[in-house]
Ligand binder design. Structure first.
Ligand SMILES: Cc1cc2nc3c(=O)[nH]c(=O)nc-3n(C[C@H](O)[C@H](O)[C@H](O)COP(=O)(O)O)c2cc1C
Length: 166
């Protein structure tokens, strides 16, 4: 099989965040899609080794910051290549609190979600969540995963579902 075929699938770039034990944390994800519109639900795939996986299992309440082409690449790096087990990512990245959850300041939009179901796979859990709130923050163009790779020249870490072992 040609594993490069997966590079032809399209995604956005997001930061999933939550509050656990009085502290904000989260990680970069690409694997979010809308599942239904009424009620509005989304699906999200999270690697079991990510600290965010543990947090979502515990708190079941999270925000999705939708990054734009103008978002600082430092957002993606801080949330995508380091673990909330080791650092306080929100010490470095500006955010505002909406519905008790941290939303990245230079995102172009956000969603507030509650986990309603999940599906186990070998390496990742697919969380299904109902969207309780959301808004557009500015008119910047949402970042696609292909923009992240081709323009920002970003890499894919091992725990992302799209990682290819080359
Ligand atoms: C562009 C990009 C996309 C990513 N997509 C996902 C994803 O969809 N699911 C996932 O579990 N990890 C994904 N990751 C990897 C996590 O963000 C990374 O393992 C992070 O360090 C986990 O942090 P945590 O341990 O604080 O949860 C992605 C990383 C990057 C940079």
């Amino acid at each position: 099989m040609n594993n490069n075929v997966f590079k032809n699938l399209s995604y956005g770039v997001y930061i999933v965040s939550c509050k656990i034990d009085g502290r904000y944390t989260g990680c970069t994800v690409n694997s979010i899609m809308q599942i239904t519109s009424s009620p509005a639900t989304i699906a999200l795939s999270v690697n079991k080794q990510n600290y965010t996986h543990f947090c979502l299992e515990e708190v079941k309440h999270f925000a999705v910051s939708i990054l734009s082409e103008k978002s600082n690449p430092l957002d993606i790096g801080t949330f995508g290549f380091r673990s909330g087990k080791d650092i306080n990512k929100f010490d470095i990245i500006p955010y505002e609190v909406i519905d008790g959850l941290p939303v990245i300041k230079d995102a172009c939009a956000y969603l507030i979600c509650n986990v309603i179901n999940k599906l186990d796979t070998q390496t990742h859990t697919i969380f299904f969540a109902e969207v309780s709130n959301g808004d557009i923050l500015n008119d910047n163009t949402p970042m696609t995963y292909s923009y992240y790779h081709n323009v920002i020249k970003g890499k894919t870490p091992k725990l992302a579902p799209t990682f290819i072992n080359e």
